[in-house]
Design a protein around this ligand. Structure first.
Ligand code: ADP
Ligand code: MG
Length: 303
């Protein structure tokens, strides 16, 4: 699916008084979230469109400057796909997980930790923040093991998806140290195993677990669609665990939405106060969700 390139909104006609009023209306939200941690999964189109990239970086810096602690976890599916194609390799997915052989794992590390992460760090720095890129290896943050992927229909059937990792534990101390010191952590979803081997972990799963261990106030997952849709393509603004089960069972939720919704639900059940899947194609989606008063995207409820 493609979407039109985001254009910055022309605000020259807005009176200064109205601008001041709009800013003042953000005060209750700023007060509520001051000092709190927000984990942001950055993915989809918001990551590839230059105008959206800039709006995202500005939002992250603004949140930091008003005293909120954003922690960014990024994906990179399209970028990995592009490099694999250039190398003549075809990506293959089972239930939304990329099958990762040793060569693919090398590519995943180059692309995520080398290119994508450093691009995001640069964007945030250009917008006036101080971002620091990390993989799960930094600060011994993300311990992982090989994922045993159960079949969605028959849990007795296991799929081998190669070096895809299951999180064993996350030690968030490096993230905490950075955020207490005015830095904005940008985390690539790569974990390490007992023999220091690398694992490719779905970024939604990392974002969700990190939000849990950081006891984050919010988990925001930016994606390339309006939120979770029902069979008829209508946006579901709220989802309970029971409804999620139904939507997974009847196949309405499929592909990349499976790990996303599973992570979102885990985080909500583990005490993250607000979990939202939101449309990263909307300029300033982050500010809209955090400082706006309109419901936006899909909210995942714990019960
Ligand atoms: P991201 O970069 O956000 O992780 P993914 O492609 O992994 O993107 O996951 C989002 C995709 O999940 C959507 O673009 C859509 O194709 C797919 N999807 C599957 N089921 C649903 C659903 N019920 N509602 C919305 N999207 C869905
Ligand atoms: Mg995905």
């Amino acid at each position: 699916m493609t979407c039109p390139t985001a254009q910055p909104t022309d605000l020259s006609h807005v009176q200064p008084r109205d601008k001041a009023e709009i800013l003042a209306q953000a005060l209750p939200y700023i007060r509520r979230y001051h000092g709190k941690t927000m984990v942001i999964k950055y993915g989809g189109n918001a990551m590839t469109d230059p105008a959206l990239q800039q709006a995202f970086a500005e939002d992250v810096v603004l949140l930091k400057l008003v005293g909120i602690n954003p922690v960014v976890v990024h994906g990179g599916g399209p970028q990995i796909e592009t490099l694999l194609q250039r190398l003549g390799k075809k990506g293959h997915f089972i239930q939304g997980m990329r099958v990762t052989d040793a060569e693919t794992m090398e590519v995943v590390e180059w692309v995520l930790a080398g290119e994508v992460q450093q691009d995001i760090v640069g964007l945030i720095n250009q917008a006036g923040g101080k971002a620091v890129g990390l993989t799960g290896r930094d600060g011994a943050m993300i311990r992982a093991q090989k994922l045993q992927l159960s079949d969605q229909q028959d849990p007795n059937v296991k799929h081998d998806v190669g070096q895809v990792g299951d999180i064993v534990s996350i030690d968030p101390s490096v993230v905490k140290a950075l955020q207490d010191d005015q830095f904005i952590p940008v985390v690539s979803p790569i974990g390490f195993g007992e023999k220091n081997e690398s694992y490719n972990i779905n970024a939604d799963v990392v974002a969700a677990k990190l939000a849990t261990v950081l006891q984050a106030e919010k988990l925001l997952m930016l994606t390339n669609i309006r939120g979770v849709l029902d069979k008829a393509g209508q946006l579901l603004t709220e989802l309970t665990p029971r409804r999620i089960d139904e939507l997974c069972e009847d196949g309405t939720i499929s592909g990349g939405m499976i790990p996303k919704i599973a992570g979102a639900l885990d985080a909500a059940k583990s005490g993250v106060n607000a979990v939202h899947i939101i449309d990263g194609r909307v300029p300033h989606a982050l500010l809209l969700e955090v400082l706006g008063d309109q419901p936006f995207g899909t909210m995942i409820k714990s019960h």
